[in-house]
Design a protein around this ligand. Structure first.
Ligand SMILES: NC(=O)c1ccc[n+]([C@@H]2O[C@H](COP(=O)([O-])OP(=O)(O)OC[C@H]3O[C@@H](n4cnc5c(N)ncnc54)[C@H](O)[C@@H]3O)[C@@H](O)[C@H]2O)c1
Length: 337
């Protein structure tokens, strides 16, 4: 007996992965898929022939579905999510929530007013490895955190509507906020557009968290290797989360350096431990959290407020680079810091 139904908008690269997970949750079913490209809809019939299809997102807003999942290009997120909320639907929108702060604020407020769930597809917040890393960091096992470095680089996928900051950095920024539990007080970015004028394909973000803690995010569409790595440097131990290495996704290095008497530095070299991680596909956990939020009214982990926070940081980073120039760096202290 199914008690929850979903409509999905967008059957491109990511939509089919969401569809597979939404349709196999207990007591849930994917009822309808919309994509403006009729050719792509033909693929729905091949993967999930029992699911209705339409070329109009409006049909999903009017359909008898509880939740709407939006996997369309970023520039469309605000309009589609707003319409869905206005039609009384709970919404899971892919990352980033929107492409500007004002739209994200409006969506969060609209969902709050209507008592609806608004969730964002920060998939890595559901990764069992990221959750283990968060547990280790929060328990103080690494000591005081000095800095975090993230790398998310590969060749492509080039996008034409957004730059690499808005495409890839949402993942790293959401991971940072999630594991550290702190909001940055300053953001500075440097970005370059090598292939397409004004669309940055390589970017470096520096985040300050007050005190001594800093984070560096490197994202790129122009790199020969696929790297998805988060390195956390504590004053006692260090941790490396490598999403491309399923057998050893998380390693804890009992390594460090101490200054005894300036300029005398001693180095500690200890064992490397690899925690066992019970693996479940993060996207499945994300979809299950959406279903649970709809059923119980509980706040999902990647709720709209977190989505807004990430958009604020991306917008601040973008601001420091300057949208009209191809290469430039400046510093912006975030509002409220
Ligand atoms: N969480 C993740 O790890 C992850 C990974 C990849 C992509 N994404 C996100 O998923 C979203 C989609 O990315 P993608 O790579 O699948 O893009 P895509 O371009 O491959 O697919 C987008 C689809 O949306 C359809 N579409 C566009 N506007 C529409 C509208 N108004 N109504 C109906 N259909 C419409 C297009 O026809 C296309 O089929 C983006 O927000 C992206 O950031 C998330």
């Amino acid at each position: 007996m199914k008690d929850l139904t979903f409509g999905l908008i967008g059957w491109g690269y990511w939509g089919p992965k969401l569809a597979r997970n939404l349709d196999t949750l207990p007591q849930s079913a994917l009822a309808m898929v919309a994509d403006m490209d009729a050719g792509r809809l033909a693929q729905v019939a091949a993967q999930q022939p029992w699911v209705k299809t339409t070329t109009s997102a409006e049909d999903i807003f009017r359909a008898d579905v509880d939740g709407v999942v939006i996997a369309t290009p970023v520039r469309t997120h605000y309009r589609l999510a707003r319409e869905a909320l206005l039609h009384g639907k709970h919404v899971l929108v892919e990352k980033p929530l929107t492409d500007n702060v004002a739209d994200a604020e409006e969506l969060v407020e609209l969902a709050r007013e209507r008592g609806l769930t608004l969730m964002v597809g920060h998939t890595f917040e559901y990764s069992p490895a990221v959750n283990e890393l968060r547990k280790i960091v929060r328990a103080g096992d690494l000591g005081n955190i000095l800095c975090v470095e993230t790398e998310r680089v590969n060749l492509g996928l080039y996008r034409s509507d957004i730059n690499v900051i808005w495409d890839l950095a949402p993942h790293d920024v959401s991971i940072l906020l999630y594991i550290l539990g702190e909001t940055p007080t300053s953001v500075r970015a440097q970005a370059h557009a090598h292939l397409t004028p004004r669309i940055f394909d390589i970017a470096h973000l520096d985040l300050g968290f007050g005190g001594h803690m800093t984070a560096h995010v490197h994202v790129s569409w122009l790199h020969p290797c696929k790297i998805r790595r988060v390195t956390v440097i504590g004053d006692q131990r260090m941790a490396v989360y490598d999403d491309t290495n399923p057998a050893e996704m998380l390693k804890i290095f009992n390594k460090g350096a101490d200054v005894h008497a300036d300029p005398v530095v001693s180095y500690r070299y200890g064992a490397i431990t690899i925690p066992h991680i019970e693996w479940v596909e993060p996207l499945r956990l994300e979809c299950a959290d959406f279903a649970n939020a709809i059923r119980t009214g509980a706040q999902p982990r990647a709720h709209g407020g977190v989505g807004l926070e990430v958009v604020r940081i991306l917008a601040a980073a973008q601001e420091t680079v300057g949208s009209a120039r191809e290469t430039h760096a400046a510093e912006l202290v975030m509002a409220g810091s």
